[in-house]
Design a protein around this ligand. Structure first.
Ligand SMILES: *[C@@H]1O[C@H](CO)[C@@H](O)[C@H](O)[C@H]1NC(C)=O
Length: 428
């Protein structure tokens, strides 16, 4: 009992001290408010002469020396508080300024992605490039989610859109994939005939519910409407958490493509370029002689990415890309999807425009080979002829089916002269 009472007395004493501290702090705040520049700032004008005068009077006329010392130390601690408050105000003002200028975006990004870091030594600094994948959302399309669980390998798969106009090319396409033992591929059928065709050939096929809005586009729309549809369908795969290798069907597979991606970017795409410069980018110097001393202007150039063959990871920038492209194709029906795809990927932010912040990688143009590289360069070069590409995309030539078959003859069946009969380019 005695112990209990002592505790009680102590706690009362304790709370009295606490109350005293609170009162002290409150008083401090009041003083800090009234004297924002402190009591003893020699060269700043006195903010509130009336109160200061009364304080000085009490200090000089009728207080004991201890009391004066106490007041002095109180004042010292008050000016400390003052400095702290001023610092805080400065910080807030700075934040406000940054926010007003919209320059705190980088800061916000840091807040999303993690802690701020000090910079390491010269040559050791690397920016973020691999964006985190989205949280899979099965509710977007439960039927597709079920199908992908069975078809995908390592949460990735090849996806191609096809209608019955391209049956014969589709056969070369899936035969080349099957030959490699690759099982994670899926045909998105745009009509019932192609569904039947895939089923009879044991090809994984998916057809959207015909009542769903975007499928009316597939039935009635022209080429461009279908290309817009491609980006909308792709979005669902990404929302379900899968990486997709979007593939046209005028492509022959010669190695498992999934052994050749880096998976460090939002988009890894094959290029329409045909050598180091055009595929990977170069400084194209333009010349305007009338400008005299400044006649040379340096420009950045790169051949477009091929929107018929790209590997896309399920990230926010990837989905934003798909949305931007689909949106522009719906608003500008005469635009070419590949041009739009590249403009969205590459054009930087500028007045009135917010650019996409997506990481991109150009795939090796000898591994992911377009038909210009094959027919203009590779087939004529003894050394390059010996390399086996991962895929060949017959994108540069209208006689697609015979060239696809020739590619199979050359690379699969070893027929050395299989490519010889074709001209470099099409002869209209
Ligand atoms: C193209 O780039 C590769 C890799 O950087 C290099 O090995 C090759 O020699 C280059 N080819 C030409 C023709 O410059």
């Amino acid at each position: 009992m005695a112990v209990g009472r002592r505790d009680k007395i102590q706690s009362i004493r304790g709370s009295r001290i606490a109350i005293a501290i609170v009162i002290g702090v409150l008083l401090g705040c009041v003083f800090a408010f009234l004297f924002p520049h402190g009591f003893f700032t020699p060269n700043s004008p006195i903010q509130n002469p009336r109160i200061v005068t009364s304080n000085v009077q009490t200090g000089t006329s009728c207080e004991s020396p201890e009391r004066v010392n106490m007041l002095k130390s109180d004042m010292a601690s008050l000016s400390d508080t003052n400095a702290g408050l001023k610092k805080r105000v400065r910080e807030l003002t700075e934040k406000l300024r940054l926010a007003e200028q919209g320059q705190d975006n980088a800061q916000k990004q840091v807040m999303v992605l993690g802690d701020q870091h000090k910079v390491g030594p010269f040559g050791t600094v690397k920016a973020l490039r691999t964006n985190p994948t989205v949280v899979p959302d099965e509710s977007v399309n439960p039927r597709l989610a079920k199908m992908l669980e069975k078809v995908a390998v390592g949460k990735e798969l090849i996806v191609a859109l096809a209608n019955s106009n391209v049956k014969s090319m589709l056969e070369v396409w899936f035969t080349s994939i099957k030959r490699l033992g690759v099982t994670n591929y899926l045909v998105v059928a745009l009509d019932d005939q192609i569904v039947e065709y895939c089923k009879t050939n044991d090809v994984p096929v998916y057809k959207r519910d015909p009542d769903e809005g975007i499928d009316s586009v597939a039935r009635t729309g022209g080429n461009h409407a279908v290309s817009g549809l491609k980006f909308r369908i792709l979005r669902e795969f990404l929302q379900l958490g899968y990486s997709v290798l979007l593939s046209d069907i005028d492509i022959v597979y010669l190695q498992n493509p999934f052994d050749h991606f880096h998976r460090d970017s939002d988009v890894e795409s094959m290029t329409d370029g045909h050598n180091n410069m055009t595929a990977y980018g170069f400084n194209d110097v333009s010349d305007e002689p009338t400008m005299g001393w400044a006649r040379y202007a340096h420009t950045m150039r790169i051949w477009v990415y091929n929107s018929g063959f790209f590997y896309i990871r399920p990230t926010i920038p990837s989905i934003e890309l798909l949305d931007r492209v689909a949106d522009r194709l719906s608003k500008q029906p005469n635009s070419w999807d590949q041009a739009v795809f590249n403009e969205e990927l590459f054009f930087p932010s500028h007045p009135g425009y917010e650019g996409l912040h997506a990481a991109k990688r150009t795939l090796d143009f000898y591994q992911f080979m377009n038909s210009k590289v094959l027919f203009k360069t590779v087939r004529k070069d003894a050394r390059l002829k010996k390399l086996k590409p991962v895929i060949v995309h017959v994108n540069y030539h209208p006689d697609k089916l015979p060239r696809m078959k020739a590619v199979v003859e050359f690379y699969v069946n070893g027929k050395q002269n299989a490519l010889d009969a074709f001209p470099d380019g099409s002869e209209w």
